[in-house]
Ligand binder design. Sequence first.
Ligand code: CA
Length: 231
Amino acid sequence: MSGNSVKILIIEDDKYIADFIALTLRQHDYACQTAASAAEGLFLYSANRPDIVLLDLGLPDRDGLEIIKEILDIKETPILIVSARGQEKEKVEALDAGADDYIAKPFHMGELMARIRVAQRKLARQSDTEESTYCLDNLKIDVLKRQVFVGEDEVHLTPLEYRLLIIMIRNRGRVLTHNFIAKEVWGYAETESAQTIRVVMANLRRKIEKESAKPRHILTEIGVGYRFADE
Ligand code: CA
């Protein structure tokens, strides 16, 4: 899949990295702009309304979290965080603030391209109406009837397991933090939420994964949360 007319804004103060990413994305038919500061990035965002934003968390002028909030206040936009190694706390905060995904430096361009394709699929889904059936590999979910099938067999999920599954599927491809999941499920997050989620996830895996020790769908993002595999 190529970029076609997808517009990407790269907010990154390391000129070498920014230019390299832009060059590669242009070769894949994405339209790119680069900004070396938060101020320039927000200006270009307002002026050109890119479809996807790549955001370096370590910018000289402003905090990355503020930029995420400002962008999302203007428009729901997939934001991919580019973080330095060791920025674990910032990474989780950025995801909680509404960023979609993160990639740690140094990264391979192939990995970045894969993350961008996930963001593109999210864009495509946003323009669709709510899906009433999901078919993902051997997993089939009929939302209207609240039925879940693995292959031909119907699987019985508790209401909590079902909600968790639907939340993950609607956000598939994205990294979901424990806080995000807790807020979606219970409306608030507590310190015990991560433990409760872990238990429910283990049960879900046992029910929907062929091999729960080698999950295909529900992937753990260590120290962060979970990701429902998108491909
Ligand atoms: Ca930087």
